[in-house]
Write a protein that binds this ligand. Sequence first.
Ligand code: FAD
Length: 350
Amino acid sequence: SLSGTLSLARTNAFFMGGGKSLVNAYYRTAEKLGVTAFYEANVIHLELDGDAVRHIDYTHEGEAKRLAPKAVIVASGGFQADIDWLTRAWGPAAQNFLIRGTPYNRGVVLADLLEQDVQSVGDPTQCHAVAIDGRAPKYDGGIVTRLDCVPFSIVVNKDAERFYDEGEDVWPKRYAIWGRLVANQPDQVGYVIIDAKSLNLFMPSVFPPIKADTLEELADKMGLPAEKLRNTVESFNAACGDTSDFHPTELDGVATSGLTPPKTNWARPITEPPFYGYSLRTGVTFTYLGLKVDESAQCSTANGPIRNLWAAGETMAGSILGQGYLAGFGMAIGTVFGRIAGREAANYAN
Ligand SMILES: Cc1cc2nc3c(=O)[nH]c(=O)nc-3n(C[C@H](O)[C@H](O)[C@H](O)COP(=O)(O)OP(=O)(O)OC[C@H]3O[C@@H](n4cnc5c(N)ncnc54)[C@H](O)[C@@H]3O)c2cc1C
């Protein structure tokens, strides 16, 4: 637990078996209720006619299919896995983003509905993005690629220059801004530098850090300009003051002085070998531009509500939050609006 935040036991639900087990529980429950699921079915088009969805076009087992639904709930995620769509919003920087979750949330249904003038909300550049291990795979690296070492480090860009206060606040309150900070650096990459005394202060990483006995060797291994890195570390070290109040789990006020940008907490000189480094990349969790829903999760056009169309989860994220992040938001909007949409759609279909 960290001062200023609730303890993990109160904020996090750790599911035995992880997300897969959670999703399996939903499918088993649905099956018991008589629901049929088509696995690996790819929805291509929802045909909107006036105030209702008339047809759904999809492919299943290699065949094009069509059905006429009574009620439809869209829960097919954001568009984060469509790098071209991200690029249209962000520019070429998006090509270097990593996508933390499924490669299938490409916004196909979302785009299809937006083309038919279903009301949308949110800005295409807004998303939840965190800084993750630069060695994570392009898609689906999952939670384990998150790095929690930033507060005890300095973070430099590829020119070995610092660019933001690494000690601004405790990590749970700041981790979600680092995806954007790294996205704004050259080549969308950052490098975390720590020394031996900080290695055990954060959650162990899934990939071991790059390790070296000197800063020059570390710079070489990480592809950073060695002399510049040494200068940056020396300037940082020289700006550190008394560190006797260092306290890793609360804002300790152990700050640099006369340094730009400052490090306002946990500023200890980086002097004790071995030195360690991690590369950081922007890891997009999910996008916010989505379907605009009302309090009953119903979608609409400018002419009014669409009688048989509801949305839940990431695909309507912008209806709840336009920017920033609220812890638990991703799971909450699926669960809460999924339930509301399910109830409304069932009432309508019955
Ligand atoms: C690494 C990571 C960590 C996270 N940590 C947290 C956290 O701590 N707290 C939190 O609240 N949230 C967290 N989230 C976010 C949260 O997990 C997701 O936002 C949430 O699970 C999304 O639920 P959903 O039902 O909207 O979409 P999903 O669960 O992604 O489901 C969408 C489904 O639609 C399918 N699909 C997409 N397009 C089509 C199509 N055209 N036809 C058919 N199927 C389609 C996809 O294959 C997918 O199965 C995290 C996400 C990631 C990736």
